[in-house]
Design a protein around this ligand. Structure first.
Ligand code: NAD
Length: 436
């Protein structure tokens, strides 16, 4: 199959590289010339474990290439995937579809033969109808079908998720398009097919419902964590105690600083906007968004309390933030909880030092005012508290003796519940966790 991927970011690049690894002939397009130049030179524009090797292998095999020439890449493709960004629209929280529609117009002008256009970007219900209308208006004589095929991969584990998905959702009523999509995904599975065929609008909604459900699960356990702190219970035991029930499931029950990242915050907001437009409010998700927003600020206050506020004056103190990205194994800083925490600390007159294994370059763009360090110990040097914001492997077995020696005061705030209280306290630290 000849596959064209429009947009070579976290989703487009990983999907394109994986499709080529399964033997398809793939062209990844991006309008960002520096991104394409880097990829052509073998440099990855993002950090994703295993990606560099996967790309190198498939480029060498002649199955994967990169270009800024959308028209050249679209002509003759069996399937054209749209994987451009759909961020929150400034001001109102609707998904900003300008990149999707701009890409659609370019595709319409470039298509030459029968083609299947697939929206992999996360787009609100009804977007496929609008994409199809644009294509038909600009290229009325072409045989075309528009398919919704939302992506569920997680950054940091993207290649494994893409290659071994729990399910692949394909939304189209067009039988020829279904055949093309079957052929595109056939190499991914042996035996039982994880393909879920459904209508296009249903498929679009599945993606938002999935993300909103996961955001709800996280927010639920976070509120239970607050209650645990108030009543003297342990949220990790509660999570285990409920998660072993198969109806509930163990995943997404880790209490922490609130969800962030490039998907949950914007997708929950966009779902609420769709619900509002159709006068069908989803109050549970409204609550989730509200609770999560206030939680990020509350985490800043939690750190200030660990420093002694409000009784002590915290102005002039120093805090080390370990882990700045929204989760481990990515360099993605979009909506990371570290941003709200650093802002709350800065507002209180606290100096912030930070370290992240892969995210420092992207962190500098959103947090230019903090001091960046080369490792956890350099960040902790002279600090009055160290805060584990993201549970990178590098922070899971810190040398507590060394950490204490370099710090001004031995205070640890563990927002991911990485450590055992007895061990940290035995090392001489004052220890604050989440829900324990
Ligand atoms: P991204 O910002 O990393 O990548 C988008 C890319 O599209 C950018 O490189 C941009 O330059 C390019 N682009 C924009 N307009 C273009 C055009 N007209 N022609 C060519 N290239 C163009 O975004 P992402 O994180 O990969 O997300 C893409 C979509 O996938 C979003 O809708 C997102 O919600 C969804 N999604 C993301 C994830 C994730 O973990 N990041 C997971 C599932 C779904």
């Amino acid at each position: 199959m000849r596959i064209t991927m429009i947009g070579s970011g976290y989703v487009g690049l990983v999907s394109g590289a994986c499709f080529s690894d399964f033997g398809h002939d793939v062209v990844c397009v991006d309008k960002d010339e520096t991104k394409i130049a880097a990829l052509e030179a073998g440099r990855m524009p993002i950090f994703e474990p295993g990606l560099e090797q996967l790309v190198a292998t498939n480029v060498a095999a002649g199955r994967l290439r990169f270009t800024t020439d959308l028209a050249g890449a679209v002509a003759g493709a069996d399937a054209v995937f749209i994987a451009v960004g759909t961020p929150s629209r400034r001001g109102d929280g609707h998904a900003d579809l300008s990149y999707v529609f701009a890409a659609t117009e370019e595709i319409a002008d470039a298509m030459t033969g029968p083609a299947v256009v697939v929206t992999k970007s996360t787009v609100p219900v009804g977007t496929g109808d609008r994409v199809e209308a644009i294509l038909r208006e600009r290229s009325p004589d072409l045989d075309l079908a528009v398919v919704s095929n939302p992506e569920f991969l997680r950054e940091g584990a993207a290649i494994g998720d893409f290659k071994r998905p729990d399910r692949i959702v394909i939304g189209t009523e067009d039988e020829r398009a279904r055949e093309v999509m079957r052929a595109v995904y056939r190499p991914l599975y042996l035996g039982e097919s994880p393909l879920v065929f459904t209508g296009r609008r249903t498929s679009e909604l599945i993606k938002y419902a999935a993300n909103a459900f996961l955001a709800t699960k996280i927010t639920f356990i976070n509120e239970i964590a607050d209650l645990c702190e108030a009543v003297g219970a342990d949220v990790q035991d509660v999570a285990r105690g409920i998660g072993l029930d198969n109806r509930i499931g163990k995943k997404f029950l880790h209490a922490g600083p609130g969800y962030g990242g490039s998907c949950f915050p914007k997708d929950t907001l966009a779902l609420l906007k769709t619900a509002e437009d159709y006068e069908t409010p989803i109050q549970i998700v409204e609550a989730v968004v509200k609770v999560n927003d206030s939680r990020k600020r509350a985490m800043g206050r939690k750190v200030l309390h660990a420093l002694g506020a409000p009784d002590a004056d915290v102005r002039g103190k120093t805090v080390a933030l370990l882990g700045l990205t929204f989760k481990p194994n990515t360099d993605d800083m979009r909506d990371a909880p570290s941003i709200a925490i650093a802002t709350a600390l800065g507002d209180a007159g606290v100096a912030v030092r930070g370290y992240d294994p892969e995210g420092i370059e992207s962190a500098k763009e959103v947090m230019p005012d903090i001091t960046y360090c080369r490792d956890a110990y350099e960040a902790a040097t002279g600090a009055d508290a160290v805060v584990i914001v993201t549970e990178w492997d590098a922070f899971r077995a810190l040398d507590l003796t060394r950490l204490k020696q370099v710090m001004t005061a031995p205070v640890m705030v563990d927002l991911r519940n990485v450590y055992r209280r007895d061990i940290v306290e035995a090392a001489g630290f004052a220890y604050t966790a989440v829900g324990r």
